[in-house]
Design a protein around this ligand. Structure first.
Ligand SMILES: [Zn+2]
Length: 384
């Protein structure tokens, strides 16, 4: 399968990328093939998948087949000419970018291009972004930079003005349902449910459809609006939300952390006890553990953010019912609760509640203390 085939609902950009890759093969470094690209789009739209698919198309002898050893190794950043920078911490520091620049300047070893994908260009510190800017201004003739960020505003204007910009869109619910059924062999009913409540976020939809614990956690979160009878209840609800999101995030992190450590120990020539590792092994393990701790904090924040956006769909549904558009609601399984809430409260109070959720998400994105932000939010949601 062509590597672009995995991009759902993004036909408008796959055409551009395919023709750019074709142009690069013909040696035509014209307008369609440029050295710096910026992929933006909401979470779940697949911006990094698009960048990786493009990287594959540039280095694969079969135009990005998705199956050959070049394509598969590019995907995991194991290809000598493809480097994918995935942020472990909250930011990408200038030292990291300087090291990267040295490697990026080398000529490609196997393919026609050296491709660097930066998955979270929005997490570049200002000095890191400035260091990167120089490389993008004067790129090596065989180096291609693929940057990803949620929106254009998350990237320095000097950087974005030098990149060709591609905006991904949230795939339609119908497109997500089709992928879940056809690619992931999920039953139609489950695919319907997961795609609907995930609002076009395909990764989240797949996770919900295949993970029973995630589904039952979501159920608890979506009952919270009905449990905000007093301030004490609001604090309790905040604790519940943070606890659930933390456990869900940590479960995912633990599995990944263990695997990474195991792989690193093997690379240094030893199994699980760590004894007998080559020089530098235990230091490398310690560094990895430090990175994993900082990533764990980020994963918990992302998980709380996910729970808050689930919660937002509840109040959005309440607003829809208040304006007479019952058919458009997302949480049809909660219709009774939503209708009760719609009759009890006024339309402008639903708007305020939605705003409060957006504010709390923005605070979390700025590294505010999670529990405090969620407590403040729940108190505002408890107001009638
Ligand atoms: Zn291939």
């Amino acid at each position: 399968m062509n590597s672009f085939a995995l991009l759902v609902g993004q036909e408008h950009i796959t055409d551009i990328l395919e023709s750019a890759a074709a142009a690069s093969r013909n040696g035509a470094e014209t307008q369609s093939m440029t050295h710096a690209w910026l992929f933006t789009g909401p979470p779940g739209s697949g911006r990094s998948s698009a960048a990786v698919a493009f990287a594959q198309a540039l280095i694969c002898p079969n135009n990005g087949c998705g199956n050959c050893s070049d394509c598969t190794s590019a995907k995991t950043s194991a290809h000598p000419d493809v480097e994918i920078i995935r942020t472990e911490g909250l930011s990408i520091k200038v030292e990291e970018i300087r090291e990267l620049l040295t490697r990026a300047a080398w000529a490609p070893s196997l393919s026609a291009w050296r491709v660097v994908v930066i998955e979270d260009a929005d997490r570049l510190t200002e000095s890191a972004a400035n260091a990167l800017l120089k490389a993008i201004e004067e790129p090596g003739t065989r180096t291609v930079w693929l940057l990803c960020a949620p929106t254009l505003h998350d990237v320095l204007p000097t950087i974005r003005s030098r990149c060709r910009h591609l905006q991904l869109r949230t795939p339609s619910i119908g497109a997500v349902i089709q992928v879940l059924i056809n690619r992931d062999q999920i039953s139609p009913d489950m695919a319907q449910f997961a795609a609907r409540v995930s609002q076009g976020h395909i990764g989240r939809a797949r996770f919900l459809a295949t993970n029973e614990m995630a589904r039952s956690n979501r159920k608890v979160i979506m009952q919270l609006p009905m449990k905000l009878g007093s301030l004490a209840c609001a604090f309790e609800a905040a604790q519940t939300l943070v606890d659930i999101a933390t456990i869900e995030a940590n479960t995912a992190s633990e599995k990944r952390d263990e695997l990474e450590i195991e792989k690193l120990r093997e690379a240094y020539g030893k199994g699980a006890t760590g004894r007998g590792m080559a020089t530098g092994g235990s230091k490398a393990v310690k560094e990895l553990e430090k990175e994993q701790r900082s990533r764990a904090i980020r994963v918990v924040r992302d998980s709380i953010d996910g729970a808050l956006s689930d919660l937002a769909t509840f109040y959005r549904d309440v607003m829809l019912v208040q304006s007479g558009s019952v058919d458009a609601i997302v949480n049809s399984d909660l219709l009774d609760e939503i209708e009760r809430c719609a009759h009890k409260t006024r339309e402008d109070s639903s708007t305020k509640k939605l705003e409060a959720i957006m504010q709390a998400r923005a605070q979390l994105a700025m590294n505010a203390a999670p529990l405090t932000s969620v407590e403040a939010l729940m108190c505002r949601l408890a107001w009638p």
